[in-house]
Design a protein around this ligand. Sequence first.
Ligand SMILES: [Zn+2]
Length: 140
Amino acid sequence: MTADLDFNPPRPHPYPDEVTAGFWEAAQQRTLAIQQCGDCGTFMHYPSALCTNCQSENLGFSEVSGRGTVYSFAIVRHSFHPAFTPPYVIALIDLDDAPGVRMYTNIVDVDPEAVRIDMPVRVTFEDIGDGTLIPQFMPA
Ligand SMILES: [Zn+2]
């Protein structure tokens, strides 16, 4: 008996709930939308049931430009999941127009060795196989 070397599982999918649905619905429209408090204006990501600044429940999602800069990053060189082929970049992005938001993401469409801290990036949306769009970032 031989092992199946063609094992190629699908990418993990998001499971939106009532708190995160606004983020994922915007992503399906190729828009980056960040949760924002309607009372104090604080931006939050990941989405929360209460404002992290004033505990308000008056929360919505605001469209942002999708532009930002790399705060930090790591190049993954070892396979941790068969759906993700190394090398790839995991990064923290500071969004230009959502102060205080630092977003985990991948940097795509770039040689991982070319990624740098403070590099300008912009959002792009990757179809993970069935039409589901995931926000990622690429060099601006
Ligand atoms: Zn607030």
